[in-house]
Design a protein around this ligand. Sequence first.
Ligand SMILES: [Zn+2]
Ligand SMILES: [Zn+2]
Length: 242
Amino acid sequence: MRFIGDYHTHTRYSDGRATVREMVEAGRAMGLEEVAITDHGPRNIGTGVSNARAFLSIKNEADDINNNQEGIKVLVGAEADVTGVNGEIDVPEDIYRQLDMLLVGLHPYVLPETSGFGMILGNPLYKLSGGMRRKVINTNTKALVEVMQRHPVDVITHPGLQMPIDVAEVARACSRTDTAFEVNTGHDYQSPATIQLAAREGVKFIINSDAHYPGTVGHLESGLALLQQAKVPIEQIVNVSH
Ligand SMILES: [Zn+2]
Ligand SMILES: [Zn+2]
């Protein structure tokens, strides 16, 4: 069994520490066939790309590497932010249509477009009462489901990290829209019980590192171990070949 690719990594274009080329070199050293560069969308406060057109510059760098046939294929995507409850994201369609992949994740520090969503985003969960906690979960879940209905999302990144969701409902929407549910080895926060909840909805899993520097590109073993612990069949994991 081996990993085909790592499809979630960051560079200096957003909050990563290395260049596109350095991240790709790291992926090749790990024996990957493919690596995807997926920087943060522009409304991620303090960590996003300066402007959505930065993704096109990354694409140019990737094209140069791919044209040289350096033994690894570079894909370019965006890790777009959810900026509202009606499916709004911070990477415009005319940009993501030119990329290889669209990843979307809920992050706590984004500039919202829907009034009220910012209040939800900015609320530390430990301060919330039961009813308010439910409301936050419902809002986060609805926001992700709407995004999948409106955009051709390939991966939902780190579902439930910092931003609580109804895992079964998000997984159901992933299955319906052919969107992969990420096992994120960089944050390493998921439990076998959560994975089983998602797996029951027939969702496909993708194991990604969310690497922000070369040292963790392709470090995916802990994600595979988690999926095995949750007894997820290998056919349900998209980036493992056997
Ligand atoms: Zn993220
Ligand atoms: Zn990320």
